[in-house]
Each structure stands twice: as C-alpha cells, then as structure tokens.
Design a protein around this ligand. Structure first.
Ligand SMILES: [Zn+2]
Length: 231
C-alpha cells in the first residue's frame, strides 16, 4: 500500500484518539456528579448555619424563659404571702401574673418550634453527609478509571505520533507537501474513489484519471483538489 495512505490512516487514528481524550477529560457523568456534590455541600453548609442561628436564638429564649419564671416566682411569693392587703395592688399583681404566664407560654412555644426545626435540620445534615460520602467515593472511582483510560489513550497517541513521523520520512516529499496543503483546507485530504466518483466532493472523474487510479497512482481531484486513490 502506498505510504501516504498509511500516513492518512494514522492521521485519522490520531484524530480519533484525540477526540476520545477530549471526551474523557470532560466526561459528562463525572461533571454531573461533581455538580451534585457541590450542591449537596452547599445545602449542608446552609443547614449548619441555620442550625447555629437557631441554637443561638434558643439560648436567648431560654434566658428569657428563666427570667420570666423568676419573675413569676417573685410575684407568686408576693401574691400568696398574705402581706399585701391592698386589693387594687393585689389585682395589679394578679394581672401582671396573667400577662407573664401568657408571654412565658409564647416563649415556650417558640422554643419548641425551634427545637422541631433543629431536628429537621439535623436530619437533613445527616442525609447530606451520607450522600456526600457516597458521591465522593463514586467520583474517586471514576477519576481513577478516567486516569487509567487517559494514560492508555495518551500512550496510544504517543505510538501513533511516532508512526506518523516514521511514515512522513518515507513519503515522497512532493506528495507530502501536497498532502499537508490539502489537509489545511479539508479534514479528509485523501479520499477513496468509488464507482468512479471522488468521495470527497462526489463528482465523477474523467476517464484518463480513472486509468491512472487503476495503476495504483495517487492523483488529485480536478474538482475539489483532494488526493484520491483506488484500492
Ligand atoms: Zn473531489
């Protein structure tokens, strides 16, 4: 087989390997997993922040509750000591007690509400942690496999490029210049002729060209300028 056909095949192989490498480097499933992981990590972070805020709020609410309880104890002491005889004053204190009891209840409800929210957040954080570990493991495994594949293809490409250099040194220099120039213009500088038609531009060839091809010569297409061969 003509060396230029072999060279062309090696160039095609190089393109295929390069495409594979590009695809593997940007492997869509891995990117998807990484996006998922970062979303989960963000969610976990938000939950932790929210949880911390609720904890701080609850410390304040507990202090508030303690104050109200202390105040209530004091009022109760005053109310039931029997020392206060003034009915109006007693009524005032009683009203204060009712008011305090009500506001204490509100604080207690807030505390309970916050604790429920905290439990939900803790569950969410736990789930995020489990999912994150799972995803990290998957990503790690994929990365390992991807690196193995990349090494494999890079080795193939290395051998392929060496082969290209070897073939280039064997090809007739005029043909090589022609080939290189056409390659700048077309992805497929060398095409097959099938049924007397150039497979680069699909135009039928003249008879004199066909006879050259039948002699295993490599010729230029008069229409598109590509090199052509017939097997
Ligand atoms: Zn053509």
């Amino acid at each position: 087989m003509n060396e230029i056909i072999k060279l062309d095949q090696q160039y095609n192989l190089a393109d295929k390997i390069k495409n594979k490498i590009t695809y593997i480097e940007k492997y869509p499933k891995l990117l998807e997993m990484k996006t998922k992981l970062s979303k989960i990590n963000n969610l976990e972070e938000r939950c932790i922040k929210e949880l911390e805020n609720l904890k701080k709020t609850n410390i304040l609410l507990e202090k508030k509750l303690k104050n109200k309880e202390d105040e209530l104890k004091k009022i109760n002491k005053d109310l039931y000591s029997g020392l206060i005889k003034d009915i109006k004053l007693l009524e005032n204190i009683k009203n204060k007690e009712i008011h305090l009891e009500e506001s204490k209840e509100i604080v207690e409800q807030d505390l309970i509400g916050n604790m429920e929210k905290m439990e939900i957040l803790n569950n969410k954080i736990e789930k995020c942690k489990i999912k994150s570990i799972e995803l990290k493991e998957i990503i790690e495994n994929s990365n390992r496999k991807i690196n193995e594949k990349l090494n494999e293809y890079r080795n193939k490409l290395y051998i392929n490029l060496e082969e290209i250099e070897k073939l280039r040194s064997k090809v007739n220099s005029d043909d090589l210049i022609k080939y290189d120039n056409i390659k700048i213009k077309y992805k497929n500088p060398l095409v097959k002729v099938e049924k007397d038609i150039c497979r680069g531009c699909n135009v039928e060839l003249f008879m004199n060209k066909i006879s050259k091809l039948d002699n295993n010569e490599i010729i230029e297409c008069e229409n598109c300028g590509r090199l052509m061969y017939k097997l």
